[in-house]
Design a protein around this ligand. Structure first.
Ligand code: NDP
Length: 360
């Protein structure tokens, strides 16, 4: 399948994901003006993924930063040519309301800070992209959605894979039932975590352990392949190193049941590296492995290997969201999508705690 066929195929029958981002449309017409993005929180993901990707994007560019670390201000200003009037601290953040160079704030802070900075961004009259997991609770997600709605601004979650070709194809294979109805999904995402003092091991800042960090990709995978919402989950969690994991879980295994009868067997962990999304359908199988990290992602079916190009995940994600904003159309990774995952996460934690199957 060549690129154009692939793009054409994607337009059909994807349920909740039917709007294929036009950033792939050909012939490509660059926009008149790029949207200005301010990155909020200049840690790993901002420094090594988002800022470099913003040098490649066609619909947006880096115009501002928000940081609590004074030493980063000069370094970023120099490297990305950011004027001092576009540099904010967490205390001066709300003044971004008066800055026409900034159309979108991109929240790249620890999870426990997502809700506050999304709400303040919306109240400052900016569109918001917020990293995954959307927040620490369903209640926070609802508050964020309401704030963006009240401000008349878009809210998009950092679900970069919805714009990624291999992922788009596995969504098509699942939702169009190319190999018949999906029966069994086996999926996992985890890595061996290092520094025991980092915020990812602090419940207030992280919301939980690997479930909040990378388990959310596994939930996403099962939901976008089936195009269904789970009706029940059953989960168990473990800690083998209580010194390191005194605040959050280390490993969780869980099952998900879907209305069609499909079931998913899922894993997330901070104890070892694992990453795959394997889908067994009635007449064949298809899988991504690696499935969720920055790529290159690899895919194959029981018939053939995928032959899609590697894309810069962060660039296609930000371009896709910003094109939607420019066109005045909903984006394909809205706050409601983050909220659905958070509902599943809360059910998984409840099941792990009670030892009981939890219905949704
Ligand atoms: P880092 O720890 O590398 O960076 C977080 C930054 O947040 C810090 O550098 C700091 O920036 C700021 N910050 C403000 N308050 C605190 C605090 N109390 N503790 C720690 N940092 C603070 O995290 P990541 O960049 O890896 O992750 C940030 C977010 O992005 C998370 O929600 C994560 O889940 C998400 N993420 C998403 C990825 C994806 O593929 N979509 C990949 C990686 C992360 P400053 O010094 O500028 O104030």
């Amino acid at each position: 399948m060549n690129r154009r066929n692939f793009v054409n195929t994607l337009g059909i029958g994807m349920g909740g994901l039917s709007v294929f981002p036009n950033v792939y449309a050909s012939p490509f017409e660059p926009p008149q003006k790029k949207l200005g993005i301010a990155l909020v929180g200049l840690g790993y993901y901002s420094e090594f993924k988002l800022a470099p990707a913003l040098l490649e994007t066609k619909y947006c560019k880096l115009t501002g930063i928000v940081t609590g670390t004074p030493e980063k201000e000069e370094k970023w200003a120099k490297k990305y040519n950011i004027p001092s009037k576009n540099i904010y601290t967490y205390e001066t953040y709300d003044q971004i309301a008066d800055n026409p160079d900034i159309d979108v704030v991109y929240i790249v802070l620890p999870n426990g800070m997502h809700a506050e900075y999304t709400v303040r961004g919306a109240q400052a009259g900016k569109h918001v992209i917020c990293e995954k997991p959307m927040a620490n609770s369903v209640a926070e997600c609802e508050e964020m959605i309401a704030a963006c709605k009240a401000a008349g601004k878009q809210l998009a979650i950092g679900y970069r894979l919805h714009y990624e070709p291999h992922t788009r194809e596995i969504i098509r294979l699942g939702q169009e039932q190319v190999f018949g109805p999906v029966k069994l999904i086996e999926a996992g995402f985890g890595f061996k975590i290092g520094d025991p003092t980092q915020w990812r091991l602090n419940k207030k800042l992280a919301g939980g352990g690997p479930m909040m960090d990378v388990g959310v990709y596994v939930i996403q995978g099962t939901r976008y392949v089936t195009g269904e919402e789970p009706i029940a989950v059953t989960a168990r969690s473990w800690v083998t190193d209580p010194v390191k994991f005194h605040d959050v879980e280390e490993t969780t295994l869980w099952d998900m049941e879907f209305p069609s009868g499909a079931v998913a067997s899922c894993t997330t962990t901070y104890a070892t590296n694992t990453e795959r999304l394997r889908v067994n359908a009635e007449k064949g199988w298809f899988e991504l492995s690696p499935a969720f990290s920055y790529g290159p992602i690899k895919g194959r079916t029981s018939k053939e290997a995928f032959a899609f190009p590697h894309t810069n995940h962060q660039a296609v994600h930000m371009d896709g969201v910003c094109k939607s904003i420019m066109d005045g159309e909903p984006n394909i990774v809205p706050g409601e999508e983050g909220l659905r995952d958070m509902k599943v996460i809360e059910a998984i934690y409840k099941s792990a705690e009670t030892g009981k199957r939890v219905t949704l």
